[in-house]
Design a protein around this ligand. Structure first.
Ligand code: NAD
Ligand code: GLY
Length: 366
């Protein structure tokens, strides 16, 4: 009998849409890891040109023991392809393979593949089941969990999408070993995020272990993924559709999304933009009285040690403001930011424009 790997499991408690997140090394080859995946005759693996040669064969071999037919669709890689034409390739494949309402989609890849596959699953025949098999740190600690799915619009990041929960999230920690350093750092931004907004004990732990994380040390990665998923599960269970609390998960994202769309998608990685955006949001939090200068320095230092940029690009204040007004948290044209109201706790707040301009002047290249 093959030995079952020691697994961590985190539950997302959403009533009849609850599902498990399994976390362990080498899960792709373990048939019983897929027990919570829906039964069907057909499965479609959606992946990309980078991930397919690394992991699609292993996933397909396992799924072939559970599904009569397993098809694979390989998308072009990159944030720049998180768009309508690429989304349409998923619908083309589903229709081309005669997929029915029970067909299960498996998103094998990072957040881009996960978000697009989830959106396709939400809309094909008004909804088919899907499973997240995240292979980046960012996707394992954040994007595969909680059911946000989307594509980008040229005018705004993740603007077209749906809330649609997967049936299962399967975090195979071994896949992280092939991540390029820049991608690993991008994932660390979303790990670090959970500290100031929710759990300062976790922040202390990240500070003590950031070098081990950057070095891809397996037990450090396992803890980072598990604790991040636990926090995200707790937040999403309280506010699935972001009517309140869930917005705190967007700490750094208002500035970050402006960087991403302002520079052109893919120029900076999402996690890099979020890392730098958290530095800006920390400065704003200080100006609003939530944290002191020492805290801003501490957070900035950690973001830098994780290999992330801490100075924003020179888009110009007007352009930043214009881009940030398109953010999903904006109300009646007023930009709203996630700010730290005390270390370990966050809220959404508006800020005087003059204050935001000061932050941009302080934190961006001239
Ligand atoms: P990504 O999906 O572009 O993946 C990063 C790169 O790593 C890609 O080139 C990918 O092909 C490659 N890759 C993936 N797995 C690999 C592996 N194991 N080994 C080697 N290379 C690998 O980017 P990402 O950082 O995973 O995700 C970013 C996206 O996630 C953004 O579009 C962002 O908006 C979205 N996001 C969504 C949510 C959500 O809640 N849905 C949350 C955070 C971010
Ligand atoms: N990544 C933010 C959220 O899932 O709400």
């Amino acid at each position: 009998m093959p030995q079952t790997a020691l697994r961590d499991q985190v539950e997302i408690d959403l009533g009849d849409r609850s599902y498990p997140i399994l976390i362990a090394a080498d899960l792709l080859g373990e048939l019983d890891a897929f027990d919570a995946a829906p039964s069907a005759s057909t499965a479609l693996i959606v992946t990309n040109t980078t991930v397919a040669p690394l992991y699609a064969t292993a996933l397909k071999a396992t799924l072939a023991k559970r599904y009569h037919r397993v098809e694979t669709l390989v998308l072009p890689d990159g944030e720049v392809h998180k768009d309508w034409p690429t989304l349409n390739l998923i619908f083309d494949a589903l229709l081309g393979h005669g997929a029915d309402r029970k067909t299960v989609l498996f998103a094998l890849g990072g957040g881009v593949v996960g978000d697009m596959t989830g959106f396709a699953a939400a809309s094909y025949m008004r909804g088919v089941p899907f499973v997240q098999v995240p292979t980046t740190l960012l996707a394992q600690v954040d994007s595969s969990v909680g059911g946000k799915t989307a594509i980008n619009h040229p005018l705004g990041k993740n603007m077209i999408g749906a809330f649609y929960q997967p049936h299962l999230v399967l975090c195979d920690l071994a896949t992280l070993q092939t991540l390029p350093p820049r991608e690993l750092s991008a994932g660390l931004a979303e790990v670090i995020k959970y500290g100031p907004i929710y759990d300062m004990a976790f922040f202390d732990w990240i500070e003590a272990n950031v070098d081990a994380l950057v070095a891809l040390e397996p037990s450090a990665l396992a803890h980072a993924v598990k604790r991040s998923c636990e926090i995200k599960a707790e937040v999403v269970a309280q506010d699935e559709r972001e009517t309140g609390l869930r917005a705190i998960l967007n700490f750094g994202h208002t500035f970050g999304h402006a960087i991403e769309s302002g520079l052109g998608y893919g120029e900076w990685l999402h996690g890099e933009a979020v890392g730098c955006g958290m530095v800006m949001a920390a400065h704003l939090s200080q100006k609003l009285g939530g944290v002191d200068a020492a805290f801003v320095t501490r957070l900035t230092r950690l973001i830098q040690r994780a290999g992330l940029p801490i100075v924003g690009p020179a888009l110009g204040a007007e352009r930043y403001l214009e881009l940030m007004r398109i953010d999903k948290k904006s109300e009646a044209g007023e930009i709203r930011f996630v700010v730290i109201d005390q270390p370990g706790s966050a809220k959404v707040a508006a800020a005087p424009e003059a204050m935001v301009r000061e932050v941009l002047a302080q934190c961006c290249e001239a």
